[in-house]
Design a protein around this ligand. Structure first.
Ligand SMILES: NC(=O)c1ccc[n+]([C@@H]2O[C@H](COP(=O)([O-])OP(=O)(O)OC[C@H]3O[C@@H](n4cnc5c(N)ncnc54)[C@H](O)[C@@H]3O)[C@@H](O)[C@H]2O)c1
Length: 309
């Protein structure tokens, strides 16, 4: 039997690439819609006629793409997501993350064979909290990015109520791995080590984040998609383990077998940084037979293997 057709918006980005590589291994018929603003066409290994260059805010183009692919599943990842960029470009970010999501969902309403929609939300919908965050925790985003993603979640819920099409909201925590497109902590350390050697400059090293390797993320997304067949639900997707900036530097040291000297750079400190951001992943782990397989040190080693640029 031929495998389902899946349209991935934002599939040329960091997480999209990992999800596509997982789904390719499982023989799915894959299509990507991306405007290549952050993602790269060269990351894609699909045939040209499976790649649609379009902006998700272009309602006509999105409707045309969905009509021509007639997907069984839509994985909606396209978004502006680097928080400092979103803070500097709040109108552009909310336009893409909210109006763009509306355009994708509107097009999805007319897809006759659609079996589910998957929406990439974020841990940034949660308030400041010092313990593990479960899906039942009341959202309280701190910035325009989290706010725009929470709006996306609500739009997905309205979409589900209107259409009855199964809809999964997945709150991603901090992904790391090869081909990261945005200057988060791990790619910044990696880049500085490549360019300047073992003396690097970083911001706050005491904040803790739940880092999950993109390959573990890709596997969980595929498993969720394969299992979820009715209703609307929300799942956290993280590793369930927090690491401080210092621990990340130590993992680089271990992976490289080399001492790294860190100078703290006040310019790199984010003003309203939350100290913790940790996922409670018990709901996801009870739903699918999944657990993260790539630890932080071996995950950092994957940055140095076969990176495409
Ligand atoms: N990376 C993380 O740690 C993380 C954490 C939480 C949530 N997320 C969410 O996961 C998704 C993927 O994130 P990522 O890290 O791969 O980011 P990314 O920037 O690498 O990928 C986003 C993709 O969307 C595309 N895109 C952006 N604007 C577009 C538009 N207007 N029209 C069409 N395509 C557009 C970009 O070109 C890129 O390929 C996003 O929705 C993001 O908010 C990521």
């Amino acid at each position: 039997m031929s495998k389902a057709r899946i349209l991935v918006t934002g599939g040329a980005g960091f997480i999209g690439t990992a999800i596509l590589s997982e789904l390719t291994r499982y023989g799915y018929d894959l299509y990507v819609l991306d405007n290549f603003s952050f993602g790269k066409r060269s990351y894609l290994t699909l045939p040209e006629d499976h790649i649609i260059e379009a902006d998700i805010r272009d309602r006509e183009a999105v409707a045309e793409a969905v009509a021509s692919v007639s997907p069984h599943h839509i994985i909606h990842l396209a978004a502006i997501h680097f928080i400092p960029y979103c803070n500097e470009h709040p109108f552009e970010s909310s336009d893409i993350n909210i109006s763009g999501t509306m355009a994708v969902l509107d097009a999805a309403k007319l897809a006759p064979e659609l079996r589910s929609v998957f929406f990439a939300s974020t841990a940034a919908v949660y308030p400041i909290f010092d313990g593990p965050l479960a899906e039942t925790h009341t959202p309280h985003p701190l910035d325009i990015y989290g706010l725009s993603k929470l709006a996306g979640e609500r739009l997905c819920h309205a979409f589900y109520l209107e259409t009855g099409i199964p809809t999964i909201v997945c709150r991603f925590f901090n992904a790391f791995g090869p081909m990261e497109t945005n200057p988060h902590l791990i790619p910044v350390i990696h880049q500085q080590l490549l360019e300047k050697g073992p003396q690097i400059q970083l911001g706050n090293l005491d904040t803790l984040r739940d880092f999950i390797h993109v390959s573990d993320m890709g596997r969980a997304v595929r498993m969720l998609l394969e299992k979820f067949s009715s209703g609307y639900d929300t799942f956290n997707l993280g590793s369930g383990v927090e690491y401080s900036g210092r621990e990340i530097v130590a993992a680089f040291e271990k992976s490289l077998g080399q001492k790294i000297e860190v100078e703290q750079d006040p310019k790199r400190m984010r003003p309203s940084d939350r100290k913790h951001l940790l996922a409670d992943v018990s709901k996801l782990r009870a739903y699918i037979d999944w657990k993260p397989e790539v630890g932080i040190t071996e995950g950092i080693a994957t940055l140095y293997q076969g990176e495409k640029v």
